[in-house]
Write a protein that binds this ligand. Structure first.
Ligand code: NAP
Ligand code: FE
Length: 358
């Protein structure tokens, strides 16, 4: 049994500035990878103020697309090489944080072309700092980077495992997030907790994290259902997301994530929402005692209440029957997502996932 979590995590208000002596010493010039606007909520300023205070120079790429593509990673890698950077800082949701990992890998391996992203090989990368501004992916503590592969019309995680050196987790960066983003990303973190728990790769270590994370998620639920979100709720949402990231680092994700990539690519449904639709079906197919444990932890009396909760948070999934068939065919051929599922999966099992979501 193995437990490996080499990321130094600071999870508290103002941690970017408080611990800047440490993380700014990772290099001499940083490449900041972020989205178009969200990090301008104070997260980017906290990072650049810290770098300036320690006289570390930096350059900024602030056009990270949602669901970053291989092409974008290669474009920013060229910028990083030109600017001679020696560490990378991702600020934002999962998109900039995942992109930061792939870019740090490709700057380190400057002689390689884009094919290297999906080849097995040396996964050494430049040092990475991650600062989340959503509460879903947990990318700040995972070694995972999910990229869009346009040639295959889907998304897939790269085989390289790249842990950041620092995760600087501060709930205050959620204050600017609209309710929809809080809901979608909190549902993503719930998906990470559930899929890592109902998983053949789960261990006592990962189960402990998933169970505690689900119990925390239960306390986040009232805020997701109301119009009033407090600072305490935001701190709890961030912590839940980081814990969920630790859980998938050890046990991985399964069918709901595998199915979600199709919905995101073909129907442009945001990641957390796409993942959330399939959670009730995934739990409903599990052994009765596992199902009961999950439902108890998240505070739902039965599967119907859980399915209702997901409907209330996300609305129904509207999808054409031929799209359902294509999604099911795709996942039945995806050995990586099928293998960790602790029950038999047939096309019928998956059809029920869709029925519960619609
Ligand atoms: P995201 O794609 O990073 O961002 C979605 C939207 O939210 C963007 O428009 C972004 O704006 C905005 N946003 C982010 N933070 C905000 C804030 N504090 N206030 C207002 N708006 C904010 O969303 P995500 O759900 O966090 O990440 C999804 C990606 O992560 C997917 O590519 C998914 O595959 C990946 N993922 C990775 C892992 C992993 O382990 N590495 C796990 C699950 C999912 P900007 O454009 O301005 O940034
Ligand atoms: Fe996810």
């Amino acid at each position: 049994m193995k437990f490996h979590m080499p990321v130094k995590v600071y999870c508290e208000r103002d941690c970017v500035k408080t611990y800047s002596d440490e993380w700014t010493s990772l290099g001499h010039k940083a490449l900041i990878v972020t989205g178009r606007s969200s990090a301008k909520n104070g997260a980017l300023a906290d990072v650049t103020d810290s770098l300036n205070a320690h006289q570390i120079s930096y350059c900024i790429f602030d056009h990270t697309e949602e669901n970053p593509s291989i092409e974008m990673v290669m474009q920013v890698r060229d910028m990083g090489i030109r600017e001679n950077v020696d560490f990378v800082i991702g600020i934002g949701g999962g998109s900039p944080m995942d992109a930061a990992k792939a870019i740090a890998l490709m700057i380190y391996h400057k002689d390689k072309d884009a094919d290297y992203l999906y080849q097995q090989g040396d996964s050494t990368a430049l040092p990475i700092v991650e600062v989340p501004t959503t509460c879903g992916t947990g990318s700040e503590v995972t070694p995972i980077s999910v990229l869009t592969i346009h040639a295959k019309r889907t998304k897939s995680s790269i085989p390289h495992r790249i842990f950041p050196q620092y995760a600087l987790v501060d709930g205050k960066y959620l204050a600017s997030a609209p309710k929809k983003i809080l809901v979608n990303t909190s549902v993503d973190s719930l998906g990470h907790l559930i899929e890592s728990y109902i998983n053949l790769g789960a261990s006592p270590f990962s189960r402990m994290i998933s169970e505690y994370g689900m119990a925390l998620w239960k306390d986040v639920k009232p805020a997701l259902l109301s119009d009033h979100v407090t600072d305490e709720d935001r701190d709890r949402m961030m912590l839940t997301s980081t814990l969920a990231g630790m859980a998938i680092t050890h046990a991985g994700t399964t069918l709901p994530h595998g199915l979600s990539y199709f919905l995101t690519y073909e129907m442009h449904i945001p990641h957390g929402q796409a993942v959330g639709y399939f959670q009730p079906g995934y739990v409903a197919a599990a052994a009765p005692e596992t199902q009961a444990k999950v439902l108890e932890l998240i505070g739902c009396k039965d599967i119907a209440e859980f399915a209702n909760l997901i409907h209330t948070l996300l609305g129904p999934l509207e999808i054409a029957p031929d799209m359902v068939d294509t999604a099911i065919k795709g996942i039945m051929a995806n050995e990586r997502k099928l293998k960790p599922v602790p029950y038999e999966v047939t096309e019928e099992t998956l059809r029920k996932f869709f029925e519960m979501a619609m």
